[in-house]
Design a binder for this molecule. Sequence first.
Ligand code: 13P
Length: 251
Amino acid sequence: MRKKIVAGNWKMNKTLQEGVALASELNDALKVETVKCDVVICVPATHIVSVVNSVSADKIGVGAQNSADKVSGAYTGEISAAMVKSTGAGYVILGHSERRAYYGETDAILKTKTDLALENGLTPIFCIGEVLEERQSEKHFDVVKSQIVNGLFHLSADDFKKVVLAYEPVWAIGTGVTASKEQAQEMHAFIRTVLAEKYGQDVAQEISILYGGSCNPKNAAELFANPDVDGGLIGGAALKVEDFMAIIKAW
Ligand code: 13P
């Protein structure tokens, strides 16, 4: 059985104090619920240590939203995968469309970031997804395939199995326009076919593929009911415990 995961991506939101309060509230809510998926929160780098110390490790996994493509040294402002790991975090989001678009992250950079994350024992949550024009011109399958091939297919099968994928159509992120359940299933099934061609069916069946993009308490259950959707990567709705819990309980 593939791991079911609901992961929050807080993006650049919440001060340290607000973030610790949000994480603690989520932790309290999870203490009194039996949930059917893993719960992860990917928080600003400044918050990781405090959040790790405010939650129960058996209830909530904590992650970063980025890590560097360099090991260490004179790279002012960067945070290495080893540093992220040393905070107690277990996950790192890599290749989010906002980082690809605003910070120039290319497939080549992401390849190195993935290697370093894996070498340091972090689970990469590797994001892929097309922009609106690419979908409208029916290039979405090609775009997603090339992001996977160029960013990840250098990995051995053993390493590939440590990666979580997140399909996030860029046109659905923060827009309130979610992919329909059919669009999500179609792409997730396609991704699994791409993985099977390279690594075989067994590996392809083991990889968790999350959906992200305006996932909310109202649409989570129907998205998660798809056979190839293994959870969600949640932006806005992860900033309110009530909404995030409702998504978690959609499993
Ligand atoms: P929203 O849920 O706010 O659309 O953001 C999705 C996302 O980008 C998660 O990484």
